[in-house]
Design a protein around this ligand. Structure first.
Ligand code: NDP
Ligand code: GDR
Length: 326
């Protein structure tokens, strides 16, 4: 019998790559999808990976507990991955309460649904390096204290601790992956790497002349989503649920990331990039650098794709997208 997995956030970057990984391992993959007026663009990412026909979609929304209970009763999954969230940090200052409802209480709803109707399920929570915020140690691991710096990070902390609490209180097989930034050609266009690679492609093809960015001094530990979804799956294959940092162990400024992406297309970033206050945040996370030693030791996980390879893949994919539209 094939294993069944239910993924919330199936239409997002990680949902798509995780679905592809699980399908390749012979799982039956179900995705929770909230209704949207623009249904035709919803499975764009699944189509891009060529798996749209293979994933079965279930109607539901994280803020509707009854829809989650129904989805779990219908699917009866062995593994449940909670990837859905309002995930854009900058928007979380404009929509702080919605972010709390979806990213925090929504995760609570998924845990509660699991406890009520699927207590045997193995549960994964998409926690985030944003929880470290104003960092308390130069390299962040599972034992580094958190100091959230955005409504998004505050919401993720609630979800993270609820995951730990449901594990300790109810014996749920609940694990939390504290993932550092990870990107891909399927990354949302509002996030900085994809905004940059899309900008590079437009400039290269003569569709744009400049690219406006915010804080170029921030440093991030950037990996590839394809590597990171493998870590999610590995966590749920362990006998014991636990929390794991997933990171590359290398940190780079936004400025250096931009330079690398422009250079891939043979362009000098300084001729095209300007800064604009509109993209600054009320509070910034200045530097993130993760220690994934525990994931390496316990899960045998290692990232395989370098930042340079990933940015090259993203620039090439954006060039191809824009050429198709020309
Ligand atoms: P995306 O923003 O690409 O995807 C978010 C998903 O959540 C979308 O499928 C979206 O659906 C869904 N969603 C939003 N609100 C609801 C709701 N109310 N009910 C049901 N579904 C909803 O995120 P990523 O794929 O990049 O990230 C996956 C998860 O991992 C997120 O929780 C994110 O916060 C977290 N994370 C991401 C990191 C990264 O670097 N990518 C790092 C650490 C954590 P729709 O298409 O309808 O909008
Ligand atoms: P982040 O990702 O906030 O780290 O959250 P994002 O790509 O939005 O920002 C990274 C850094 O780049 C700086 N920056 C800009 N960011 C955006 N979006 N647009 C710009 O024009 C720009 N210019 C500079 C930002 O200030 C920031 O320092 C992501 C999300 O996926 C979260 O859901 C996830 O939890 C964390 O990564 C880990």
């Amino acid at each position: 019998m094939a294993k069944r997995a239910l993924i919330t956030g199936i239409s997002g970057q990680d949902g798509a790559y995780l679905a592809q990984l699980l399908l390749s391992k012979g799982y039956e993959v179900f995705g929770l999808l909230r209704r949207s007026a623009s249904a035709d663009i919803i499975d764009e990412r699944l189509r891009w990976l060529g798996i749209a026909q293979d994933v079965r979609l279930v109607d539901g929304n994280l803020i509707d507990l009854s829809s989650l209970i129904r989805a779990l009763q219908e699917v009866r999954p062995q593994e449940l991955y909670n990837l859905a969230a309002q995930s854009f940090v900058k928007s979380s200052w404009n929509q702080p309460l919605l972010t709390g409802q979806v990213t925090a209480l929504g995760a609570g709803n998924v845990l509660e649904a699991a406890r009520l109707v699927a207590p045997e399920v193995r549960f994964y929570q998409a926690s985030s390096s944003e929880m470290y915020g104003l960092i308390q140690a130069p390299v962040q691991s599972e034992t580094t204290p958190f100091y959230p710096r955005s409504p998004y990070a505050v919401a993720k902390l609630y979800a993270h601790w609820m995951t730990v609490n449901y594990r300790e209180s109810f014996g749920l097989h609940a694990s939390s992956g504290i993932l550092f930034n990870h990107e891909s050609p399927l990354r949302g266009i509002e996030f900085v790497t994809r905004k940059v690679t899309d900008g590079v492609a437009r400039i290269k093809l003569g569709l744009a002349r400049e690219l406006k960015l915010g804080n170029l001094d921030a440093k991030r530990d950037w990996g590839h989503a394809r590597d990171y979804v493998r870590a999610m799956w590995l966590m749920l294959q362990q006998d014991k649920p636990d929390d794991y940092v997933v990171a590359t162990g290398r940190t780079v400024t936004v400025r250096d990331m931009v330079r690398t992406a422009f250079a891939h297309a043979g362009l000098d970033w300084q001729e095209f990039v300007t800064t604009d206050q509109a993209y600054l945040r009320p509070a910034e996370v200045d530097v993130l650098l993760g220690d994934a030693g525990k994931a390496r030791r316990v899960l045998g996980w290692e990232p395989q794709i370098s930042l340079e390879e990933m940015l090259g893949e993203m620039v090439d994919a954006d060039l191809a997208r824009h050429r198709k539209r020309l």
